[in-house]
Design a protein around this ligand. Structure first.
Ligand SMILES: *Cc1c(COP(=O)(O)O)cnc(C)c1O
Length: 494
């Protein structure tokens, strides 16, 4: 193909284009350098189009007229954020791909206030000496985890009070102080705990608990990296306390229980109850650790979720160390929490790995504010907890209002019963009853409509089920209902 080389000469030079008055506003807004870069990209694209024969002589003037607009778009693309807020209409409250727990307003304020300035992160204001970054949250964890009267556990939601399970018969008055340290995430917490308590020795785990979480966290791998040797006992569906006992030998350093977060072995299964493990650990003077994963600090029974052990349940029953995530049921920032007997946690704090896994001031600020909400029993201010407590009736009412505003000819909306998922690798059976909007748009497949919703601004993430787009308002902020309606109508009308 013969390319008319004269066409190239009609293109302006980069600095000529930058000086174009039409771009003046962009230069003052984004700066000379960014605009120059954008001009270079746009011009080289035009050059490519010419050499590919896509821009013949007749079409070039038109392309040149649109050059300012092309530069503007290029700037928007290159200088815009890649990480953006989305509307989560999936009904999965702790959606790992969508960033898990959204943070409370006060949490954001505290991050802003302390991270935008210098702070006393590691500075003791009384003595003027160096301080420890843990103190800011350890004091709050101590209060929350020494909740002697069990009030916290039963205070989940006033509208659905439930009796506490751990009554005084279980209270262990001789229990040592509980201390808590913070690392980057729960995977790091497990790594640090195993390395500190069991490096060079054996750790006994039930074969049925060797889980893979989120496709990237596998206990056997973390165990290997920690320098501890995994000793699997039992079978995938059945492990008895005698299996643990038989495996104990002089190399044994730790008994580990892993919460089976995101899968459920149904049918005939058996794991020894926690009190048997506590008794066995006591008999052999071995520490017992539980990787809780989600680690709720409020009573999940208050929102109708049973069988999900909370941090307090576990510590109260005598487990020495528990590990859990900050951004799952706690509703805070990404973090790994290790709570347990003071002497064991102190050893982990002295481990050099702790320094490598430590978190920064943003995380401490976010955790501190989230924990304060718990101390004040202000559960409604924590978005993940608020969403969990929403009743089906509240969601139905909002769904009906939304359906009313969708025009019948283009959109067909039906309300159906469904389930929201707590998600985030918490109890696999943890679902909450909800009302879903099942939507079909004329001339559009469900996948096409879902794709258009994702392409809207802000993007809307929905589920597709049985040929329909399905929206669950549980995970949508109530203030966004109107916007969601508009985006839906627009997506169907495009
Ligand atoms: C989620 C989970 C982890 C990993 O936690 P991250 O905070 O994502 O690192 C580990 N163990 C269990 C049981 C979990 O549920």
């Amino acid at each position: 193909m013969k390319v008319d080389s004269g066409l190239y000469r009609q293109l302006p030079a980069v600095d000529e284009l930058v000086r174009d008055p039409a771009l003046g506003e962009l230069v003052s807004e984004h700066g000379q350098t960014a605009v120059t870069d954008a001009c270079r990209v746009v011009l080289s694209r035009l050059r490519e189009e010419i050499s590919a024969g896509d821009l013949e002589a007749g079409k070039l003037p038109l392309a040149l007229l649109g050059v300012a607009e092309a530069v503007r778009n290029e700037l928007r693309r290159s200088l815009g954020y890649s990480l953006r807020p989305v509307i989560n209409a999936t009904g999965v409250i702790l959606h790992t791909n969508l960033g898990r727990a959204p943070l409370a307003e006060k949490t954001l304020d505290h991050i802003r206030e302390t991270a935008g300035a210098y702070s006393n992160l590691e500075f003791n204001l009384e003595t003027g000496d160096r301080g420890k970054r843990d103190v800011h949250v350890d004091r709050l964890f101590r209060k929350l985890l020494s909740d002697e009267d069990g009030e916290l556990r039963s205070a989940g939601r006033a509208r659905a009070p439930v009796p506490t399970q751990a009554d005084s018969t279980q209270a262990d008055s001789t229990r040592a102080e509980i201390s808590t340290i913070v690392v980057n995430n729960n995977a790091a917490a497990v790594l640090l705990a195993l390395n500190t308590l069991a490096e060079g020795g054996e750790v006994i785990v039930s074969r049925g608990e060797l889980v893979e979480i989120g496709g990237s966290f596998r206990i056997p791998d973390v165990m290997a990296k920690s320098g501890a040797v995994l000793r699997e006992v039992g079978t995938t569906n059945r492990t008895r306390i005698s299996d643990y006992e038989r495996a104990i030998n002089e190399r044994t350093k730790l008994l580990l229980k892993v919460h089976r977060s995101n899968f459920e072995i149904t049918g005939f299964t058996e794991q020894p109850p926690i009190r048997e493990l506590v008794a066995l650990a006591g008999k052999h003077k071995l520490p017992l650790m539980e990787d809780l994963g989600s680690g709720a600090l409020f009573d999940l029974r208050s929102v109708g979720i049973n069988d999900e052990p909370g941090v307090l349940d576990s510590l109260r029953s005598g487990v020495h160390v528990v590990t859990y995530s900050g951004d799952k049921l706690l509703g805070g920032p990404q973090a790994g929490l290790i709570s347990g007997r003071e002497d064991l946690v102190q050893k982990m704090r002295s481990n050099s790995l702790f320094r490598a896994l430590r978190v920064d001031k943003l995380t401490y600020a976010a955790l501190e504010a989230t924990l304060l909400a718990y101390l004040k029993r202000d559960y409604d201010s924590v978005p993940a907890l608020r969403m969990m407590a929403l009743t089906k009736a509240e969601i139905t009412q909002r769904a009906e209002a939304l359906a009313l505003h969708c025009e019948p000819p283009k959109l067909k909306v039906e309300l159906i019963d469904g389930e929201s998922l707590v998600g985030g690798g918490s109890a696999p059976s943890a679902v909450l009853p909800t009302t879903l909007l099942a939507i079909t748009a004329s001339d559009l497949s469900a996948n096409e409509l879902a794709a258009r919703l994702r392409a809207s601004d802000p993007p809307v993430i929905a589920r597709v089920e049985e040929g329909r787009v399905v929206l669950d308002l549980r995970t949508v902020w109530i203030e966004q209902d109107k916007l969601l309606t508009q985006l839906l109508v627009r997506a169907a009308a495009l």
